[in-house]
Ligand binder design. Structure first.
Ligand code: SF4
Ligand code: SF4
Length: 324
């Protein structure tokens, strides 16, 4: 797979620094039951990297000591990590909000039959990928049969109260474009999703987050092989808006890899750009229990325009809407 980093590294991006930590985003491993075309993690069924129990303990110690408001668990399919449920329960016990980056179809993997009930019982906020409301587009990007499996999973979650009016169980969906283009306006697309999923399947959800595809990993390699890398980067750079710089997620989020090393965001984690601190090449979460990272410079490069182009992208979707 061709690496886009040598090209991204040459593209200057405005200097930014970290603010107050609000979210610890923990990648518990790269194993996934799917192998989506646009996966910026390059996850799949054959990946074996996985967070172990001792590192999960470090995550919990950090959450408790730093009183982090939100634990955002990602992967791969995070639920396939053997320590996932222990991590969720312990974080909820200490009062943290817990978010699960959930691919929906994992509910139909062996041993995961009770997963929806577990997530509901622990009031875990679900952020689920659903790159289109049309079957062809979803199956093309995420694999054959993924659309039908996703619809069944959403119906299961709705039956438990997720995404239903008056319920405290939050179900958010994530959209990303199929090709090298910016996402359309979030509000209008959310209205279309809600109407079509409700009419066809009786499905409801809370919010749709629109995210730009990052020109890294699998998607970056496809851009390179199809000669579209420069054009896509031009699109992102020309659509950059300075006002989006305040809302980029790296200001308030710390990303942790499966070994416990930290990064300014999940994308930097995938590019192996560790958080820079006191000249160390890598910093482990266990070394930060008593450290405040506010003001620390963020490692930026060309891929960061994926966060500031157009309406902007963060883990909570378009920046304007996410801030409201
Ligand atoms: S479901 Fe998510 S983690 Fe798994 S391959 Fe697809 S994008 Fe990657
Ligand atoms: S990719 Fe986005 S979140 Fe990550 S460092 Fe760049 S601007 Fe921040």
């Amino acid at each position: 797979m061709k690496d886009t980093w040598p090209l991204l590294d040459k593209i200057a991006f405005p200097a930014i620094s970290r603010g107050t930590l609000q979210t610890l985003q923990v990648n518990v491993g790269y194993r996934c039951n799917q192998s989506c075309v646009h996966c910026h993690v390059n996850a799949g069924p054959n990946r074996t990297e996985e967070m172990d129990g001792a590192t999960v303990d470090t995550v919990l110690a950090f959450l408790a000591r730093r009183r982090v408001a939100t634990l955002d668990i990602t992967g791969g399919a995070p639920e396939l990590n053997a320590h996932f449920r222990r991590l969720v329960v312990a974080a909820r016990d200490m009062g943290a909000k817990v978010m699960d980056r959930h691919n929906l179809t994992v509910q139909e993997q062996p041993g995961q039959e009770d997963l929806p009930g577990f997530l509901a019982a622990n009031q875990v906020e679900i952020v689920a990928s659903m790159p289109c409301y049309l079957q062809d587009n979803v199956d093309r990007q995420r694999g054959k049969g993924v659309y039908d499996g996703s619809i069944r999973a959403l119906q299961r979650l709705n039956a438990l109260g997720y995404g239903r009016e008056g319920s405290e169980l939050t179900l958010n969906l994530v959209y990303n474009p199929l090709g090298p283009s910016l996402p359309p306006p979030q509000d209008a697309l959310e209205a279309d999703y809600k109407r079509i999923l409700s009419e066809r399947f009786g499905i409801s959800f809370n919010n749709l987050f629109t995210l730009a595809n990052m020109p890294i990993q699998r998607f970056g390699a496809i851009l390179l092989s199809q000669g579209q890398f420069d054009g896509y980067l031009d699109t992102l750079v020309h659509a950059h808006r300075d006002e989006n710089l305040d809302g980029v997620m790296c200001r308030s989020l710390l990303s942790v890899d499966y070994r416990g090393y930290v990064y300014d965001c999940d994308f930097n984690q995938m590019l192996d750009l560790p958080l820079g601190r006191d000249g160390s090449e890598r910093v482990h979460l266990s070394a930060l229990l008593d450290q405040d990272l506010s003001g620390n410079p963020i490692r930026v490069a060309g891929h960061c325009f994926g966060c500031t182009a157009g309406q902007g992208s963060s883990c909570g979707g378009a920046l304007k809407e996410a801030a409201e």
